[in-house]
Design a protein around this ligand. Sequence first.
Ligand code: FE2
Ligand code: FE2
Length: 308
Amino acid sequence: MTAPGAGSTRDALDRLRRRVAALGGLPTLPAIAAEVLRAARDPAATVVDMTARIARDPPLAARVLKVANSASYGMTRTVGSLSVACVLLGMKRIAGIAANASTFRTPLAGAAGAPPREALWEHAAACAAACDLLARRLKLDVVAEAFVTGLIHDIGTTVLDAVLHEDFERILELAAAERIPLYEAERRMLGTDHAHIGAWLAEAWNLPPQIASAVAAHHGPPCDPGEAPLAAALQAADAAVRAAGLGFARFSPPPSREELSARPLFAGAAYDWDELETRAAAAASEAREFLAAAGNPARPSQGARQEL
Ligand SMILES: [Fe+2]
Ligand SMILES: [Fe+2]
């Protein structure tokens, strides 16, 4: 599916959407899979231990929500909280999901500017922490969903890496060559971007509609917090994480605190930006240490980052 022309774009997008909808799971980093599997095989591990590990892994977290929202659990409301999903599923079921997780088989060669997969996991961890903190501090009505929404917001990149690997490498090359954000290169080559692809996955996996909408909107114009509080919180979290230097902001300048403060979400709120940056940086650093301890010490260089 390379650079569809105008006439073929609709068909190509429909085909891609069907492929995304048919995905039963997504691969994860070998180091994370090994660590989660260790916990799954440990008879002393608890649901809390397992939830903490899954909370570090966007593909597994999304899959846990998918299973919790499947018809067999008969919930009358969609489940948008990872901890609620884990309690609902129980240790045996979560361990089964973890044990069946696949890992990437193909390296992400890409161009010189390709973001190592590990960098995506760090960014996801920072956004999850920032989105959760924003929802709590601003007393938004989406506290339960905020963490996992931040964690999975860029999962569309993992979908592309998994189902259109060669195209994804070309997209990375284009972004590096033209010095444009990744979503811009995706729009040029595919006619859509990882935000919308991630939302297709969230819809196909029956995740709560507000999570899918927030993921879809994260590279769009600023959302109105009154109408879409989760999307507004995610946009602000992603922007704040970039402003803190944790967001692959190689090809476009991160927003300043003044710009962030001007967003509708913060109107009238005296927000502590230092707290947000400190929390996001700590989450990214914990993710980095977790990956290193799990045996995957690859550390992205600053120059290898792209804007996601
Ligand atoms: Fe993104
Ligand atoms: Fe992002």
